[in-house]
Design a protein around this ligand. Structure first.
Ligand code: HXC
Length: 262
């Protein structure tokens, strides 16, 4: 598109895949309000683009994002934070996208940077990435879902330790503890891995992909019985889609390249 941004880069690295790269190198991609507005706009545009079927959110090799912009927050008051529902804007777009998102984390993913990465559907990282929720050292706490998403991902024991100490943990640990789906030995491997996975996702039925994403996300909200029932109902619903016929007929005909209608 013709739109140019100040704090991000947008491109389409492979067929069917959109990528947003945080690009505020002088501040280690600190997540200012202008950056987040651009990120939300770019993500929404990619989500609305029928040619895009999966989205990568990346930073630089040195920093995915070193957190919310501390200089911007320094003089914030309670009244203003409350009145504007500060930070809520961050999570609404990204957690409501139809297309799957992959966060590709290298370098620092601290505070809001870690929280942003955890909002993605799949988290990939380098083994030496530095994750953390250091808000406690600034006299505050995580404010963009960190205490909730981290605890669901790694359990209470690790989450308490991470959030109460503010200490960083590595990408290797993130993978071991189940926060990251995979860690890669270097930045190039990370970006290739993200593109490969995004490309695989882009090759599936978009309708089935949306349903798959929705049922996994519901597992974080619902009790097991309700979640299983919700899954079964959506599974039933997909038999009303053309892509179920396309997919299963292709298998029966030994056709390796189903022509999805969505
Ligand atoms: C604003 C930041 C920043 C941030 C780095 N910078 N992080 N600016 N907000 N979160 C700026 C620095 O001020 C500096 O600008 C430039 O980026 C380079 O950073 P340095 O500190 O010089 O680099 P280095 O010595 O390599 O240290 C890297 C670092 C350190 C360890 C990541 O920058 C750091 O501790 N940053 C803060 C991390 C943090 O506390 N994040 C949580 C934020 S609170 P100048 O102009 O001096 O060159 C948060 C709340 C979330 O995220 C809750 C709601 C979302």
């Amino acid at each position: 598109s013709a739109r140019t941004y100040e704090n991000i880069l947008v491109d389409k690295p492979v067929d069917g895949v959109g990528q947003v790269t945080l690009n505020r190198p002088k501040a280690l991609n600190a997540l200012s309000t202008p950056l987040f507005k651009e990120l939300n706009e770019a993500l929404q545009n990619l989500d609305d683009d029928p040619a895009i079927r999966a989205i990568i959110i990346a930073g630089s090799e040195r920093a995915f994002a070193a957190g919310a912009d501390i200089k911007e927050m320094k003089d914030l008051t309670f009244s203003r934070a409350y009145a504007t529902n500060f930070i809520q804007l961050w999570s609404t777009t990204i957690t409501n996208l139809n297309k799957p998102t992959i966060a590709a984390v290298s370098g620092y993913a601290l505070g809001g940077g870690c929280e942003l990465a955890m909002m993605a559907d799949i988290l990939y990282c380098t083994a030496d990435a530095k994750f953390g929720q250091p808000e406690i050292k600034l006299g505050v706490i995580p404010g963009a879902g960190g205490s909730q998403r981290l605890t669901r991902a790694v359990g209470k024991a690790k989450a308490m330790e991470i959030i109460l100490t503010g200490k960083t943990f590595s990408g290797e640990e993130a993978e071991k503890w189940g926060l990251a789906a995979k860690s890669f030995s270097n930045f190039e491997g990370l970006m290739n891995g993200a593109k490969e996975t995004a490309s695989i996702i882009a090759g599936h039925s978009m309708l089935a992909t949306k349903a798959a994403k929705e049922v996994v996300n519901q597992s974080q909200e619902l009790a097991l019985g309700e979640g299983v029932k919700f899954e079964r109902r959506l599974f039933h619903a997909l038999f009303g889609s053309q892509d179920q016929k396309v997919g299963m007929e292709a298998f029966a005909n030994k056709d390796k390249d189903p022509k999805w209608t969505h």
